[in-house]
Design a protein around this ligand. Structure first.
Ligand code: CAA
Length: 389
């Protein structure tokens, strides 16, 4: 019998500020129904000048370290597609901010929004090799598109941290995985750009093709059938995309695609993403947090996961919720991470969006805007300087 490995703890953090879509719509004249109903987004998390993927990642992981300690963690895998350095892993800063042991391996992974799922699978492999160890997976991203572009309304930012180990308290991850890779240019960000480039319609089509491909392979790996799942978590670039994806999957499998069936399978996975916006690598796992926090008892039930990363790679896999999982949820803290955000007006958001560090190697302190546990204090001599409060 194979050992049970999976998600032992899950915690997330998001930004200091929030921009409601009503403010964006008032500025650009968009009918608000397009945002609230058409793409299914209510507001977006906006990073302060002294926040980035490291401060969010450390804030997400700190409660996990506080609860479980560091003794068993020998690996930190940091997944992101909004990387801050071409060489050094953002995970090394997080490792330092959290005071993790020097006897650790730390690495950053990238394949667009899919990276956290690769991290989770790598973590499971490491734990299988040595069940005494735990792996800290951190998925952290800032989603940034050009101002006044169609993608702007889907921006957001958040980090999810997961502790992976044997005898997981939340969810056991099952073995069969359906895999899919296709070389497409639906969404990408060349090294010289801060904002992503995207072909909107192509990206939606590429996502749907990837759902089909990953599911087809999952079925060939003797995976579960669609009706065995209590719910489905999808990568949510905007929450309406999960509905499109699930309808496509049901159609492909020859099932009814009634609105109620789809809402039943997904409805509880979108609450956090609809107010945070796209958090790329973290998005799928925010969907899981939202589901676990809201659903009636899911003990013993299977959850389907579809992870998509533009470019493109997708994976379909399943998890089974374990007994007593509710005792280990962080529902209150999760709600607090969302409600503590301070509203920013459109002008304030725009100023933050346009902000970037000079590349002259000088001493550039950041304005102190955050109230969270970690902040990016300065860029000095081309080095990021972080502070713990
Ligand atoms: N009331 C209700 N609904 C309305 C409406 C109104 N007043 N006005 C428009 N809508 C609906 C439209 O009918 C449409 O619905 P359907 O998709 O069901 O047809 C929806 O609102 C969106 O309208 P448009 O297609 O006209 O919107 P758009 O051209 O401004 O672009 C977008 C939408 C392509 C998603 C754009 O926001 C974008 O480029 N986003 C970034 C890319 C992205 O997220 N792609 C998703 C797949 S890629 C991926 O998943 C990886 C990743 O994280 C980026």
């Amino acid at each position: 019998m194979s050992i049970s490995i999976g998600i032992h703890d899950l915690s997330f953090a998001t930004t200091e500020f929030v921009l409601p879509h009503t403010a964006l719509a008032a500025y650009n004249g968009t009918e608000i129904g397009k945002y609230h109903v058409g793409i299914g987004q209510e507001s977006m998390s906006v990073p302060a000048a002294d926040e980035d993927i490291v401060t969010m990642g450390a804030a997400a992981a700190a409660p996990i370290i506080a609860r479980h300690g560091t003794d068993r963690i020998r690996t930190v895998v940091f997944a992101t597609e909004s990387s801050i350095d071409q060489a050094k892993s953002a995970g090394v800063y997080v490792h330092s901010l959290l005071g993790l042991p020097s006897a650790s391996r730390v690495v950053e992974l990238k394949q667009a929004c899919y990276g956290a799922t690769a991290a989770l699978q790598f973590a499971i492999g490491l734990v299988r090799r040595d069940p005494a160890q735990q792996v800290l997976v951190v998925a952290s991203d800032v989603s940034k598109y050009e101002l006044d572009s169609p993608g702007e309304a889907t921006q957001g930012a958040a980090a999810v941290a997961m502790l992976v180990g044997v005898g997981p308290a939340l969810m056991r991850i099952e073995d069969p995985s359906g895999l899919f890779t296709a070389d497409v240019m639906d969404f990408w960000r060349p090294n010289y750009r801060e904002a992503a480039l995207v072909d909107g319609q192509e990206s939606i089509n590429a996502y749907l093709q990837a759902v089909e491909g990953a599911w087809k392979d999952y079925a060939e790996q003797d995976g579960r059938s669609v009706d065995e799942f209590a719910a489905f978590c999808y990568h949510q670039p905007f929450t309406k995309m999960a509905y499109k994806a699930h309808r496509h999957l049901l159609n492909y499998c020859g099932y009814d695609t009634g609105k109620d069936d789809i809402a039943r399978a997904l409805g509880q996975t979108t609450a956090y993403n609809s107010v945070i916006g796209n958090s790329y690598t973290a998005s799928l796992y925010l969907g899981l947090a939202s589901l676990l926090d809201q659903a009636d008892d899911l003990t013993g039930r299977s959850i389907g996961f579809l992870s998509y990363g533009s470019g493109s790679v997708a994976e379909f896999f399943a998890g089974t919720v374990v007994a007593n999982y509710r005792e280990h949820l962080r529902t209150e803290e999760n709600r607090e991470a969302i409600t503590r955000r301070r509203p920013v007006d459109y002008a304030g958001y725009r100023a933050l969006h346009e902000r970037s560090f000079p590349a002259d190697g000088g001493d550039h302190p950041t304005p102190s805007q955050t109230t969270g546990p970690f902040r990016l204090a300065a860029l000095s001599g081309h080095k990021r300087i972080y502070e713990t409060r």
